[in-house]
Design a protein around this ligand. Structure first.
Ligand code: R5P
Length: 285
């Protein structure tokens, strides 16, 4: 039985179809005091079997829904509860960055661990975040599929990551596409919404460029990269990422910077989610 958090309904349905497992009818309510109630009334009549809770924790409410659905599955008597976090919120807060700060990724991992037997998460910022869970946890790679929506006629393409940390991801996209030069920008983060990028050495004039990253959050990183590439005379500039958080005015920032198109997966369900991670997850389930 597949149970979906409210932010992951399309992916959960696709996963249920891939696995041939039933999709529970989940209800999401909010009480007058603001408290949430995510419930799956029909699982009470199902045979105790494994429950797969699919929930991207894109907000505090989504975290709460996930904990409730795990508990509903236990209450129902599921023989195994598997938690799928297509996008794991707080994964980027994987250290106490200043004295007195929490390791937020560890805090949420502990809470999630208490209601499950196993965790799968797609492309967390660092795979080491899986060590914070107190049950077996595995990172699933879906970057190869990001090449699927790219036009087949890219002109002498260059594949770039906006920082050195994401160059492996850009390389995976390049290899899946089948051709192209690989390079990366140097990035310095100035604040939560401001970054400074130094151009890569690649000569991009007249060439199509694909910039690949794990997440587009505020869009500052990608918009900065697109702006630099435009100034350097690049042809079409495509951006692609695993997690299209696209917070606030990120899409506008990218459009104003001159992006040709944005492609992403459905770990966070957005209009740009052209690639599904359902088959990559199904293989691990
Ligand atoms: C950081 O290292 C990540 O890989 C992303 O580059 C970053 O989190 C994107 O954030 P934003 O869209 O807010 O610039």
């Amino acid at each position: 039985m597949i149970l979906s958090g409210s932010a992951s309904q399309a992916l959960a349905a696709e996963l249920a179809a891939e696995l041939g497992e039933p999709l529970a009818s989940v209800e999401y309510e909010r009480f007058p005091d603001g408290e949430l109630l995510a419930s799956a009334p029909d699982v009470a009549d199902a045979d105790p079997d494994r429950a797969v809770v699919v929930a991207s924790t894109v907000s505090s409410d989504a975290h709460l829904e996930l904990l409730q659905l795990q508990d509903a599955a236990r209450e129902w008597g599921a023989s195994e509860v598997v938690t799928v976090l297509p996008y794991m919120g707080y994964a980027r807060q994987d250290d106490a960055f200043e004295a007195g700060h929490p390791v937020s990724a560890r805090a949420v991992a502990r809470a999630i661990s208490s209601g499950t037997d196993r965790v799968l998460t797609v492309a967390p910022h660092e795979d080491a975040v899986c060590d914070f869970f107190e049950v077996p946890a595995e990172s699933v790679d879906a970057a190869g599929r990001l090449a699927d929506p790219l036009p087949a006629d890219l002109a002498d393409p260059v594949f770039l990551s906006p920082d050195e940390g994401a160059v492996d991801l850009a390389e995976t996209v390049r290899d899946s596409y089948g051709a192209g030069e690989l390079d990366y920008f140097e990035k310095t983060r100035l604040s939560g919404s401001e970054v400074e990028l130094s151009p890569s050495d690649a000569d991009v004039a007249g060439r199509d460029v694909v910039v690949a990253d794990d997440i587009i959050a505020t869009g500052s990183t990608m918009a900065g990269a697109v702006g630099i590439l435009r100034e350097k005379g690049a042809g079409r500039v495509f951006v692609t990422c695993v997690h299209p958080m696209l917070a606030s005015n990120a899409v506008t920032k990218l459009s104003r910077a001159g992006v040709e198109a944005i492609y992403a997966t459905d770990t966070i369900e957005r209009p740009v989610s052209e690639v599904s991670v359902a088959s990559a997850l199904a293989e691990k389930l």
